[in-house]
Design a protein. Sequence first.
Length: 229
Amino acid sequence: DSCLLVVDKAAGVLTVPNHDEPDTLLGAVGTFLGRGRRHPPRLFIVHRLDRDTSGLLVIARTEEAAQALKAQFAAHQPERVYCAIVAGRLPVDAGSYRSRLATDSALNQRSTDQPGAGKLAITHYRVTRRLPGATAVEVRLETGRRNQIRVHFSEAGHPVLGDVRYTPEQARHPRWRTRRLALHAAVLGFTHPLTGATLRFESPLPPEFSHMLEGKDPSARPARGGRRG
């Protein structure tokens, strides 16, 4: 609408530009909305997804909407549910991780027990399926720190499959040979900044996830059908 839009981001796409890669989700959305217009539309990023994470993002179209939405995210009010596949077998069917996350010298996030350091991060999870050498989980964020899900599962010894940044060796799986993370932002819910209505959006699992859960090779391409006689 005139206040905001919700986008289903593909894995491998940056949310906002950096010095090395100007082509991003924000740029693509701006180009699409700007077709036939004299001036490009104003767009405001409210939150981000990692490059190799797919799923739902809300983008504000006015400064007022951006401020209202950012306030909701700062207060941890939006509903944010992720689907993930992590390495190994989680010992329990549901649980939570709670720590303070701080940025280290390599610009990675790490849990810290230093008094006054870092920001509180709380991650809740529920096992949805157990696979050979891996576990599928539904993850709910109580807070939304950078790389929060990846760090918590990595530090627990069950990294998100494909996470070469935090636990490259453990994050490998013989049936997850794609270059993306096994992490998908499946549900996003928040309050409309103008009307006050409760909005909730869902994104279906990408094919790589479905293939993995069905026991197929996520990196395999579907065979092309031959000509019929």
